[in-house]
Design a protein around this ligand. Sequence first.
Ligand SMILES: NC(=O)c1ccc[n+]([C@@H]2O[C@H](COP(=O)([O-])OP(=O)(O)OC[C@H]3O[C@@H](n4cnc5c(N)ncnc54)[C@H](O)[C@@H]3O)[C@@H](O)[C@H]2O)c1
Length: 316
Amino acid sequence: MKKILITGALGQIGSELVTKLRALYGNNNVIATDIRRNESAAVLSGPFEILDVVDGDSMLKLAKKYEVDTIMHLAAMLSAVAEKKPLAAWNLNMGGLVNALEVSKELGLKLFTPSSIGAFGPSTPKDQTPQVTIQRPTSMYGVNKVAGELLCDYYFNKFGVDTRSVRFPGLISYVAPPGGGTTDYAVEIYYSAIEKGYYSSFIDKGTYMDMMYMPDALEAVVQLMEADPAKLKNRNAYNITAMSFDPEEIGNEIRKHIPKFKLEYTVDPGRQAIADSWPNSIDPSAAQRDWGFTAKYDLKKMTTDMLEKISRKVQV
Ligand SMILES: NC(=O)c1ccc[n+]([C@@H]2O[C@H](COP(=O)([O-])OP(=O)(O)OC[C@H]3O[C@@H](n4cnc5c(N)ncnc54)[C@H](O)[C@@H]3O)[C@@H](O)[C@H]2O)c1
């Protein structure tokens, strides 16, 4: 990996991935793109271009212009938003991915694109969900992720495109806000605890989902992309996770730092239904075996860091 083009680079993941990759590979070797522009480090610290991922010709032109060897395709509509606009989600999530696959095929590029725990559904085994198992999701986001995984397999087997992917769990971070996913409560809760001393969760107590702190997620991307291709048995997506908790457990951990923190519930039926269809915990052993990934942050370590970083951020 020497020169990388990132789509959807101003989102929750991209905002931090661009900074990490620029530190590792050089500022000019990481081309950040998005459909919008802002004043963040991703725009100001290196090359930035406006790119709508459903425009395949423009994606191809940019990949040629910068002579990239890798695409990291992040632009997508997330689960909760996709459920409100299913057709738009299909067009963006599938249209963007097909373009990234086609450009990778034509120019012989490596391609990273994330799948999600949303690629599982109610008939999937709920605990320690295996790497290879039933995938019949009931959300449009999940349908897109399964179709995307199958497309990655197809382009690898049929055309030799070097496709690599992980099924990200809910990602928790403090740099850029989350983009409308079902696990967003686990980010909001930290801000609300610091700013208001209470949080009303849209996900109910007892709902367990896999989660990961952003530094581990970024490390996973780099490790997977640098892994020996011969060792990668799964070209659709690898299960990865760091922890599984429900709102009560994260609330209890926050209370160790903010004893008066109050957790209430205003459950959102739409997002709760999506959460209920996802696993309680997934088995990440294939990622460990094939490319050596192990997360470093657990709930305790993440909570300490999140509260410290957000306290500093909201003071400024
Ligand atoms: N964040 C998570 O918890 C999580 C979990 C699992 C999987 N994922 C996956 O990771 C990827 C990135 O997620 P994220 O959380 O950074 O998303 P996000 O919603 O925070 O960011 C998406 C970015 O894509 C951009 N975008 C939207 N439409 C576009 C278009 N037509 N062309 C170009 N850019 C466009 C948006 O402006 C935004 O900056 C997605 O595929 C998502 O499904 C995320």
